[in-house]
Design a protein around this ligand. Structure first.
Ligand code: ADP
Ligand code: ZN
Ligand code: ZN
Length: 725
């Protein structure tokens, strides 16, 4: 008898152990990587076989047996198992939790309780949830050909169907045949007479099947060609190398990706393309489809488990060579990976902040290293970490400095909203922006208005000088807490009363900020000539809402698109000549050491939407603090200066990439107990950290101190001694 170790696939947060099960003769063919059904704690559940148990087990007769095997092959190959182990170790989660990321849907089985006549629970019936959708396919047989040759006047419809099948020269689906007017009854008759064969084949659900192609072709610029050559060399040599492709918005990064994808396919390898959000996926998918037709699979965050299973199946079997997807696509079962592309690599959506926590960029780099294949990180505003790696020559730095059509970057104008107030304009729109919106609409051009809502109402700012109240120890904005009528720092836990006057200018006009998309929409809609369309969380709940909104806007039916962050990203609408950003500096006030980095990137992305066609673009940034360094550098679109200054600041404060943070969160229903546990942990860690290059901060309440009746208390460890990757 063999014994295997199994990671139990149950969402139990602290199931760090694996359990040993016996393999009966019937299942002796399986090994590590298989998914199985095992008895566990008086129920039946799914488990992942992670390896053989040791030879000399104490009392082997005591082990329970594997009850069933899921699927016809192991789900995890050696590479996936290794990646899951690394992930569990690096991000400190149970192995099963890490492995679950690699399967489509949280579990592949559903349990139905079966009750006896007496109403008592008898057992659970297990159902495979990943239903494979099949369809009937028909092909003409040899005797069918004979019958056709002989002809039959009475069975006209049957003869016509045979003729059609013979001419097609391949299997046809029932759908194809029905569309030609051949009924199910006719097909049944053909099968009965043996003139036609029928088989059930798996239908792969492909939600993007109908996306229209959009072929373009240019000759590459010198910079693009250099980038392509450098990466293609690594692809051809089968070598892991990470490239940072830093290119201003509209510089033709996507064109580089397409060429390199072609290079990888030419070597018969698969390509993973990660993109931040669905809103962006449609655009890039269309461009990929115009180049590569059918070999593309897509993962977006609104796929059902079954759709995801189909996508993964296509990747595993090699039926699809290209996978384009959001962060979870990084876990696809690649058979033969050859290249990884991470577009907008700085984007926050690559980071999963709930358990199991992971960063898709880190996972991609890890998997690429195993496969020995290159990774391209593309961005106009790289993450400070990646930029640092490029400077330190760990990544190869490639640059695209201009737009291929010679179009200059848009002209950016900063509007000081304090002046607007002083001059009695109480609208959320500055007079300049109002005028420009009307002018743009009248000229038959289009505008995008970004309302930067993140961080609203939570920070405290002076209305006269724009000063934000920050923590004296951490250089991050303090967060206003209504309950305590106080401000608190979420890095060191420091609490301060709300000042009655501004520490900088002495003004008494201290404000908590807030305004909504709808209010702004109403004010814009009131302008002459303007037809406004809104895109935010509320308006994009449905599956293809993003795409529909963007295509309605692109069609010209509307001339102003207003929305949150999502309007700033990725799309390429040539008729957009104006971009306005309301409260452009509000993202700076988030209680996060990455606030400046995020604000800079958002402003640059937003500005990059303007002037992508042949008309020049114009950008208006409305701010409360016109002197802010980040806003000014963003207006100049001077990423390099920004990044160098930001790195200097991070070095002084010992922030990433110069140190690493480890956040430990204690969750408890009981507030006092949460605090006690966190305090105990803090004391313990402080003691351990003594003599090491590590600082322990806390305990302090999470930004949202209580979620679903659980209190959250954080402890933060900062150290230069944490290994990366
Ligand atoms: P990015 O991904 O850097 O934002 P894109 O690849 O979307 O840039 O390119 C911006 C625009 O320039 C697109 O419309 C694209 O078709 C066009 N483009 C890209 N490369 C070239 C080129 N070499 N010659 C002419 N036009 C190009
Ligand atoms: Zn002030
Ligand atoms: Zn602080």
């Amino acid at each position: 008898m063999r014994y295997v170790n199994v990671a139990i696939n149950l969402p139990v947060k602290n199931l760090f152990k694996q359990f040993t099960y016996a393999l009966t003769q019937e299942f002796n063919y399986i090994g590590a990587g298989w998914r199985v059904i095992v008895p566990f704690a008086r129920q039946t559940t799914e488990g992942f076989v992670v390896g053989e148990a040791g030879k000399d087990l104490p009392q082997p007769e005591n082990y329970k047996e594997v009850q069933a095997v899921i699927g016809t092959e192991p789900w995890f190959d050696e590479e996936m198992l290794e990646a899951a182990r690394w992930l569990a170790g690096y991000y400190m989660c149970p192995l099963a939790e890490a492995m679950r990321l690699f399967i489509p849907g949280k579990s592949s089985i559903k349990r139905h309780a079966v009750y006896g006549d007496d109403g008592k629970l008898l057992y659970y019936e297990l159902e495979n949830r990943l239903k494979e959708k099949t369809q009937s396919c028909y092909a003409i047989t040899e005797s069918g050909r004979q019958a056709l040759a002989e002809g039959n006047k009475r069975a006209k419809a049957q003869m016509a169907a045979l003729q059609f099948l013979a001419e097609a020269g391949r299997e046809l689906t029932s759908k194809e045949l029905e569309e030609e007017g051949f009924s199910a009854a006719v097909l049944r008759a053909l099968v009965q007479k043996g003139w036609c064969s029928r088989s059930e084949q798996r239908v792969l659900r492909n939600s993007y099947a109908s996306a229209a192609a959009l072929k373009q072709s240019f000759s590459l610029t010198d910079e693009q060609q250099n980038a392509v050559n450098a990466v293609a060399k690594a692809i051809n040599e089968g070598r892991q190398e990470t490239f940072l492709l830093q290119g201003v918005t509209g510089s033709g990064k996507t064109e580089v990706y397409l060429n390199l994808t072609a290079a990888a396919l030419a070597k018969d390898r698969q390509v993973l393309v990660l993109v931040p959000e669905i809103a962006l996926t449609a655009q890039i998918v269309k461009r990929y489809q115009s180049w590569f037709k059918g070999s593309i699979a897509v993962v977006h965050s609104k796929l059902s488990a079954s759709e995801r299973a189909d996508v993964f199946y296509k990747i595993r079997t090699g039926e699809a060579q290209i996978l384009i997807g959001v962060r979870s696509a990084v876990f696809a079962p690649f058979a033969n990976l050859g290249l990884v592309i991470i577009d907008e690599e700085h984007d926050q959506s690559y980071k999963q902040e709930e358990r199991p926590c992971y960063h898709a960029r880190e996972v991609a780099l890890h998997r690429a290293a195993y496969f020995g294949v290159p990774v391209i990180l593309g961005s106009a505003t790289p993450s400070i970490e990646s930029y640092y790696d490029a400077i330190m020559k760990r990544f190869t730095h490639l640059r695209l400095t201009g737009r291929p059509n010679g179009q200059p970057l848009p002209e950016v104008q900063i509007v000081d909203m304090r002046k607007e107030l002083q001059e009695k304009n109480f609208s959320v729109l500055s007079r300049t922006l109002q005028q420009e919106l009307v002018r743009t609409a009248a000229a038959g051009e289009q505008a995008i208005v970004l309302l930067n809502r993140r961080g609203y109402s939570t920070f405290v700012m002076c209305r006269d000088c724009g000063e934000t109240i920050t923590c004296p120890h951490c250089a991050v904005a303090l967060v206003y807490h209504e309950a305590g009528k106080a401000m608190r720092c979420h890095y060191c836990g420091n609490t301060m009363p709300i000042p009655t006057e501004c520490p900088k200018c002495g003004s008494k006009r201290i404000k908590f900020f807030g305004t909504g998309t709808q209010k702004a929409e109403a004010q814009i809609a009131a302008l002459p000539e303007v037809r406004v369309l809104r895109m935010d969380q509320d308006s994009t709940l449905r599956k293809f809402a993003h795409e529909e909104i963007l295509s309605a806007f692109a069609s010209g039916k509307y001339n102003v698109l207003i929305g949150t962050q999502m309007v700033a990203k990725g799309h390429d609408i040539p008729n957009v000549t104006l971009v306005g950003v309301l409260s452009a500096d509000s993202a700076l006030n988030m209680p996060d050491f990455r606030a400046s980095e995020r604000a800079f990137s958002l402003l640059t992305q937003a500005a990059g939407r303007a002037g992508r066609g042949d008309k020049p673009g114009h950008v208006i940034l409305q701010v409360y603090d016109a002197d802010n360094r980040t806003v000014q550098l963003a207006a100049k679109q001077d990423y390099d200066t920004f990044a160098q200054e930001e790195l200097e600041r991070r070095r002084e404060l010992n922030y990433p990439p110069y140190a690493a943070f480890l956040k430990i969160t204690v969750w408890d229903k009981d507030e006092a107990r949460a605090n006690d546990t966190a305090q105990g942990l803090t004391d313990f860690l402080r003691q351990k950290a003594e003599g090491m290059d590590a600082d322990v901060f806390g305990p302090f309440a999470g930004i949202i101190g209580k979620v679903r009746d659980l209190y959250r208390v954080n402890v933060l460890v900062k150290s230069v001694q944490i290994e990366r990757r």
